[in-house]
Design a protein around this ligand. Structure first.
Ligand SMILES: [Zn+2]
Length: 108
C-alpha cells in the first residue's frame, strides 16, 4: 500500500486511535514510513466507529456556519453537542482563540 499524503510506503502496524480527546483503543492499520500518516484497515474503522458510538461521541464533530447578530458573529451549537457538554441556555462559557485556526469554548 502507498501513503495517500506523500506516496511513500506504508508499514503494517498497530495504531492508537483518538477521537475528540477520547481514547478509542489500538487498531490494525498502516503507518507511513516517511510522513507518519496513519490509516486504519476497513475493519478497524468499523471497530473505532463502534467504540465512538458506545462513548456517545460519534457525530459530535460537524461543520457549522457562522451567523450574524448585530455586530457580533454567532456559532450555533447543535443539540447533541450541547447535551454531551451539559450546556444549557444562559450558561457562562469562556471563549478564546487557540492560534489562528481554532476557537475554543470552555465550559466553566
Ligand atoms: Zn506519507
Amino acid at each position: 500500500m502507498i501513503c495517500p499524503m506523500c506516496n511513500s510506503k506504508l508499514k503494517k502496524g498497530k495504531i492508537k486511535e483518538e477521537y475528540l480527546g477520547h481514547d478509542l483503543g489500538i487498531f490494525d492499520g498502516f503507518t507511513c514510513t516517511k510522513c507518519g500518516e496513519t490509516l486504519l484497515t476497513e475493519e478497524s474503522v468499523k471497530k473505532a466507529q463502534q467504540k465512538a458510538k458506545e462513548l456517545g461521541i460519534l457525530g459530535l464533530a460537524e461543520k457549522t456556519t457562522i451567523s450574524k447578530s448585530g455586530n457580533s458573529l454567532m456559532v450555533r451549537i447543535k443539540k447533541n453537542v450541547a447535551e454531551y457538554l451539559g450546556l444549557t441556555e444562559g450558561e457562562k462559557v469562556i471563549i478564546h482563540p487557540e492560534g489562528k485556526k481554532k476557537l475554543v469554548v470552555e465550559v466553566i
